[in-house]
Design a protein. Structure first.
Length: 256
């Protein structure tokens, strides 16, 4: 079973408040992901490990092909963040994102045998228990529900995992309310809907992509996500469904 956290999750890749120059966060925002990872590890605390995991995830999403070893490294860094401070929501969110993206590389059967779907859900529950209004956790949970229903079907998703499509939509609505101008969350929701049913939700998908395409980017990754949103929106408006579906899979982290 796929982890169901995309995207966020791409899985996942998110903005903190501004900080002093030279910090792991500053390096991340500037797109210096290798340096941000090293600086985060050197900081040797929960925040540092979390930013390091975030940097590895961002770098993976910006590659032409996903990197399983990179995702494993992000997973390890997220676990170190959780071990250092279980109440830091970012560690749980990035761990859920990492195993979700790993699931897309290794496939349904292997991911199910490893229990990735349930693990991602536990981590997101932990993040929301600490910070119920965290927009990234809310969006990731929304993606989890939508992806599980897409992968398993309505009945099995509900019976085996407690996942429901409309619950996923509700989580995204809460994420939008918590962070109205967040272009990455809009982009990730568009991807989740497009993967679920492009034909039925095309108007909603185009609306979310338009929000993302018009958003203000405050980091290298956000600029990248905005560019990808514009590319997908233009493709849909041309009526090129086959290319749009290929772009959705690429942007969700599936191997080409």
């Amino acid at each position: 079973m796929r982890g169901g956290v995309v995207a966020f999750l791409a899985v996942c890749l998110w903005s903190f408040a501004a900080s002093a120059a030279g910090t792991p966060l500053d390096l991340y925002l500037a797109g210096q992901f290798t340096q941000a990872e090293a600086a985060g590890v050197a900081q040797n605390d929960s925040q540092g490990f979390a930013i390091a995991a975030r940097a590895v995830l961002a770098d993976d999403m910006m590659r032409e092909q996903p990197c399983l070893d990179c995702l494993k490294r992000a997973e390890d860094l997220a676990r170190r963040a959780i071990a250092a401070d279980p109440k830091l929501p970012e560690g749980h969110i990035y761990l859920a994102a990492a195993v979700g993206y790993e699931s897309r590389i290794i496939g349904n059967i292997a991911a199910q045998s490893k229990g990735y779907a349930n693990e991602a859900r536990r981590e997101l529950d932990a993040a929301l228990a600490t910070d119920p209004n965290n927009p990234w956790a809310l969006a990731a949970m929304g993606s989890w529900h939508i992806e599980i229903v897409r992968s398993a079907g309505v009945t099995l998703a509900r019976w085996l995992f407690g996942a429901k499509f409309d619950v996923g939509q509700d989580y995204y609505s809460k994420a939008f309310a918590a962070s109205p101008g967040n272009l990455v969350i809009r982009y990730q929701y568009a991807l989740a809907l497009a993967a679920y049913n492009l034909a039925d939700y095309q108007k909603d998908i185009e609306s979310e992509l338009a929000h993302a395409a018009a958003g203000t980017a405050s980091s290298t990754y956000e600029t990248f996500a905005r560019t990808r949103a514009r590319e997908l929106l233009e493709t849909l408006k041309r009526g090129d469904t086959a290319t749009a579906q290929r772009l959705v899979r690429r942007d969700q982290g599936y191997p080409g």
